[in-house]
Design a binder for this molecule. Structure first.
Ligand code: C5P
Length: 224
């Protein structure tokens, strides 16, 4: 039997990360934060002076990554080559770099194995943009978590303020709109719901409500 996989895709700020962590915690499954992989690659490109259009350089970087995502109910950790990364990935510069390196099909292909290797027993919950469509097309349950751009920008704003960053609401909104457009309109792995995805709009819902809804779906599919 294949390892059970739950995918949660959607645009930035829809709440995917928190929801995925809660579901993984409840099911006692492993967790994959695929956005963090693209963020690490974006950050590594900046730090090592690899241009966003240097495909060979980016693919070499992508092939060298070894990651895991230890987590508890409150927090998702990221361990790269045995070293724990803190909040270093959670800023606008890295988010923008991530969505630029993510445009390239060779880079995406190079990261496929790393993502698929996270599907280990007893199961995996992953969040991203193309997990249900490309990375795990046979996933047992696919969720597409959406929310209005205004709600998503406000959530991202509060998250960044809470982590001590000085940001402006209008800048966050503009950045989200640019990143959304880039993610939705790219040729490879664009952000779209899988045909068999269950679409949830979280604009008017709390995290707890969304988690409960997904837990019910997991139960109905005998994943819980
Ligand atoms: O989810 P997060 O905001 O951390 O993702 C950062 C960027 O990485 C996204 O804007 C997107 O361009 C890219 N990404 C992707 N495919 C994924 C996850 C993230 O292209 N599965």
């Amino acid at each position: 039997m294949n390892t059970p996989v739950v995918t949660i895709d959607g645009p930035s700020g829809a709440g995917k990360g928190t929801v995925a962590r809660n579901i993984a915690y409840e099911l006692d499954f492993h967790l994959l934060d695929s956005g963090a992989i693209y963020r690490i690659l974006g950050l590594a490109a900046i730090e090592q002076g690899v241009a966003f259009d240097d495909i060979g350089g980016l693919v070499a970087l992508a092939n060298s990554l070894e990651l895991s995502f230890p987590f508890d109910r409150e927090r998702t950790g990221i361990v790269l080559d045995g070293v724990s990364l803190g909040q270093k990935l959670r800023n606008q510069i890295v988010a923008d770099a991530a969505s630029q390196v993510a445009l390239n099909p060779s880079v995406r292909r190079a990261l496929m194995g790393l993502q698929r290797r996270q599907a280990r027993e007893p199961g995996l919950v992953g969040d991203g943009r193309d997990l249900g469509t490309i990375v795990f097309p046979d996933a047992d349950l696919k969720i597409f978590l959406d929310a209005s751009v205004e709600v998503r920008a406000e959530r991202r704003y509060l998250e960044l303020i809470e982590s001590g960053q000085i940001v402006e609401r209008s800048v966050i909104l503009r950045d989200l709109e640019i990143r959304d457009f880039r993610d939705r309109s790219r040729d490879v792995a664009p952000l779209v719901p899988a045909r068999d995805a269950y679409v949830i709009d979280s604009s008017e819902k709390t995290v707890a409500q969304v988690v409960m809804e997904i837990q019910d779906l997991c139960k109905a599919r005998r994943l819980a």
